[in-house]
Design a binder for this molecule. Structure first.
Ligand SMILES: C[S@@+](CC[C@H](N)C(=O)[O-])C[C@H]1O[C@@H](n2cnc3c(N)ncnc32)[C@H](O)[C@@H]1O
Length: 207
């Protein structure tokens, strides 16, 4: 079996990533707390500051064990929150938190599975794993209501390597850029990331 690459290098194929997160799921929250993972809190702060609508339906893609779901629930107590991830074991941990109204095992690059339309789609800490931006953005476009919001974080080192500004430009007829945050530390107490690897948080609105 192929060995997983490091977290810094993006782990590997879908099946390797899935196993990596399955194996990590029970310790994931504890480890991320030790590494001072702030993306969920920073993202919900940005939402609170910039978005005035209260969403009826939220879809948290690559929700993992639900760390962003917890933050969503704090600001949107009445919203119905759907979550999905490729890691079944992470989903089982998310389920115990009782914040999601629906949880599915789902690869965000696969054909869409939800029939309802969402006011807000999130994907925090997971853009690293996107191998096909066309498929992801097509799915998000399908899932969102008109004027719905897509919030995601993305690593700045990958952003530059991928020329991500051009990628956003490519989708600009479907998504208007509302906000791109300043760079934040990602996992400051992880020895590979420290304050070397930063993220930006992006808010898009479906046209
Ligand atoms: C760093 S974790 C982030 C989880 C959560 N959003 C958070 O902020 O804690 C990355 C997650 O992406 C999931 N993932 C990776 N590739 C995926 C894909 N193609 N479809 C769905 N989930 C994926 C992993 O299983 C993992 O749970």
């Amino acid at each position: 079996m192929t060995k997983p690459k490091s977290l810094l290098d993006g782990i590997g194929s879908i099946s390797i990533t899935k196993k990596y997160y399955d194996d990590w799921s029970e310790k994931y929250d504890q480890t991320l707390d030790q590494w001072k993972y702030q993306a969920p809190k920073k993202s919900s702060f940005l939402l609170k500051q910039e978005i005035k609508i209260k969403p009826d339906y939220i879809l948290d893609l690559a929700c993992g064990t639900g760390l962003f779901g917890i933050e969503l629930k704090k600001i949107y107590q009445k919203s119905k929150i759907y979550g999905s991830d490729i890691s079944y074991k992470s989903i089982q941990i998310a389920k115990q938190k009782k914040i999601y109204d629906n949880l599915e095992k789902y690869n965000f690059e696969n054909k869409h599975i939800y029939q309802i339309k969402f006011d807000l789609v999130s994907m925090i800490g997971s853009m690293t794993y996107c191998k096909n931006f066309d498929k992801l953005f097509e799915n998000v476009k399908f899932y969102l209501k008109k004027k719905g919001i897509f919030i995601f974080s993305h690593r700045l080192d990958l952003w530059l390597n991928q020329d991500f500004d051009k990628i956003l430009q490519k989708f600009s007829k479907d998504f208007k850029i509302l906000n791109i945050s300043r760079p934040y530390n990602y996992l400051p107490l992880n020895k590979d990331f420290k304050n070397k690897i930063k993220i930006r948080i992006v808010l898009l609105q479906k046209c």
